[in-house]
Design a protein around this ligand. Sequence first.
Ligand code: DIG
Ligand code: MN
Ligand code: MN
Length: 391
Amino acid sequence: MGRYDPVPEDRFTFGLWTVNNPGADPFGSAVRERMSVRHIVEKLAELGAYGVNFHDNDLVPFGSSATERDRIVADFKQALADTGMVVPMATTNLFAHPVFKDGAFTANDPQVRAYALQKTMDAIDLGVECGASTYVCWGGREGTDSDACRDPKVAIQRMRDAFNYLCEYVLSRDYELRFALEPKPNEPRCNIYLPTVGHMMAFIDTLDHPQMLGVNPEVAHETMSGLSFHQGVAQALEAGKLYHIDLNGQKIGRYDQDLRFGSEDIKGALNLVRVLEGTMGGTKYEGPLHFDAHAYRTEDEQGVWDFALGCMRTYNILKEKAHAFDNDPEVQEIIATPVDGTLDPLLEGFTLEGAGTIRATTFDVDALGGKGLRYERLDQLMMEHLMGVRG
Ligand code: DIG
Ligand code: MN
Ligand code: MN
């Protein structure tokens, strides 16, 4: 067991669809055979993962009979029992079948919207039966190619109706289940509704049971929007809404690459791990660390396991670097916040007297503006921690 090799206590999870990605892309066919669910569970357990997640149809093929479904679930639960792996999260595939080509919850055809609810309720039952306590919803088809197709306000109202409905369903079944809504700006639709963490958090606040819903941010998706992923995650965490997370790697300005975690923007990955691990102080993320990513098309099965181990090892290496950086005495000295005994109390909440004192204070703005903050040295320290010459 190497120093950074994963153990179940690290809480690393993979979707069945991630390591079973056959390597097809819009310009080429599959290069890898699909693996059996049992083989995936056994191999991930062998690598030190904590659990697996699934879309309904990753586990139970679309159109399976009830008997087939029950057999598949029984075999899956046996594989989990044999390996000690768990299922923290489940989700619905509301994007592959042509029936969802105009969306699922936001489709113009009410029959499609009703079918999407039916499929999701069935998938929620399946997820709960396998032990899931988080239910991710990624609206990959909830969007437009031509914006002439519907009033965007109506689309949001349909999304609200769907999630209010599904929350009532979960409550009616007394399930211990929370929804984690996953934003993405585009792909496969030209524009997807609720495209970023911010949009999604604002939407959740308009629902009937907002406490039942949080977000499932993905590195690649916020990066596609040109946004700082770790700052979006920090906002969700600070608001108590980081219910799940999809980790991967992404070059900015590209299609959704779902690359191995940390393989692009290593500094962004370090800052993300600092937020998740709470090394800057305050709240840390306690949920599963899910890799929604896949191996390069160049890889065979061994390459898939190299990919999976790489995701987990990189996280563990960055976790050590996050602690080292935030406990580096020179870092702490540079970012130590100046204390002003007279002003600090006044900034902790409005009082008429305090506001009066602030208004009466003469600030030496030239002296304040002239201060050098030593962020060049600070950022160089981060780079030197990352490059392994400071630890
Ligand atoms: C895409 O990033 C989406 C789907 O893979 C899945 O529905 C969700 C769960 O992680 N992420
Ligand atoms: Mn993605
Ligand atoms: Mn994802």
